[in-house]
Design a protein around this ligand. Structure first.
Ligand SMILES: N[C@@H](CCC(=O)N[C@@H](CS)C(=O)NCC(=O)O)C(=O)O
Length: 279
């Protein structure tokens, strides 16, 4: 049994999957500028659930033929510590993917936090966000719900069930319970509904699908059976429908470095890049 010392010290590796990159201090650890491609929108990311939210939205905008939404997606490999370069930290002092830089105007606009990026792009291109105030509020409620709830699923359940060097009953039990509560909440909310808010597909669907949709489809933490995800029937139906969208099929493989190698597009610079992959 671990007995915490009087004062915590950072003096050892804890053996976890991310122990080599985790640090108790912020800021850059090495000098390197970010690459810049030919489009106005430059995305620095990895194809994790937080990362694919943005590539799915950008692909949805391109599906509507909005050419200004074309983008370069550069891979920031977080297990290698790319998020600690001086260039990345300049764009996002929090050193986490996804991060977007918009070069449309003379002065670049740095956008970080996936919810902030989704809102920025939805407002910039006037799409995937309800115009009517009451619905917009509902859409924001669920977007902010996702941003604040997913750390229990990822940092809590996913970490202790999948990544922690030792399987400990207490944290797995605590976070499995919370994850199942969240799935139950979504299942009730999606009863007789096709989308999270109103009758249109919005950035809330994109944000929530990237985590809870992929979890229900068995794509996260090999935990489908453990969490009995198929019992959340409304979430499953909603997740399956969204998974069929061509933009989702493209967006979810961008900057991906895990899973089936045939469905990984490490960098994306043009729509032609998808031709290499059998979507
Ligand atoms: N609240 C943030 C979370 C971003 C986040 O946690 N990103 C992870 C990958 S999914 C990351 O970059 N981790 C690298 C690290 O912690 O060093 C968002 O929604 O953008």
């Amino acid at each position: 049994m671990y007995k915490p010392p009087k004062k915590w010290e950072w003096n050892k590796e804890n053996g976890g999957k991310f122990s080599k990159i985790n640090r108790p201090i912020s800021g850059s650890t090495f000098e390197r500028d970010l690459p810049i491609g030919k489009h106005k929108l430059q995305l620095y990311s990895q194809g994790t659930p937080n990362g694919v939210k943005i590539t799915i939205l950008l692909e949805e905008l391109l599906e509507l033929n909005i050419q200004e939404a074309d983008y370069d997606a550069w891979l920031i490999e977080i297990s290698k510590g790319d998020q600690f370069s001086s260039g990345f930290v300049k764009a996002n002092p929090n050193s986490k993917i996804p991060t977007l830089v918009d070069y449309t105007n003379d002065k670049p606009i740095y956008v970080f936090e996936s919810g902030s990026i989704l809102l920025y792009l939805a407002e910039k291109f006037n799409n995937f966000l309800p115009l009517e105030n009451e619905l917009k509020v509902e859409c924001m409620n669920w977007l902010f719900w996702q941003i604040s709830s997913a750390p229990y699923l990822g940092g809590g359940f996913g970490h202790f069930y999948n990544y922690a060097p030792e399987k400990l009953e207490y944290p797995i039990d605590r976070f499995a319970m919370e994850t199942k509560r969240q799935l139950d909440l979504l299942n009730k909310h999606l009863e007789n509904k096709n989308f999270i808010c109103g009758d249109q597909y919005t950035i809330s669907d994109i944000a929530i699908w990237s985590w809870y949709g992929q979890l229900t489809l068995g794509k996260l933490y090999s935990a489908a059976e453990f969490l009995d995800v198929s019992s959340y029937k409304n979430v499953l139906k909603w997740a399956e429908n969204i998974n069929l969208r061509p933009a989702v099929r493209r967006g979810k493989i961008v900057n991906k470095v895990s899973g089936n190698p045939s469905y990984q597009l490490r960098e994306r610079h043009s729509s032609d890049d998808f031709k290499k992959i059998n979507l």
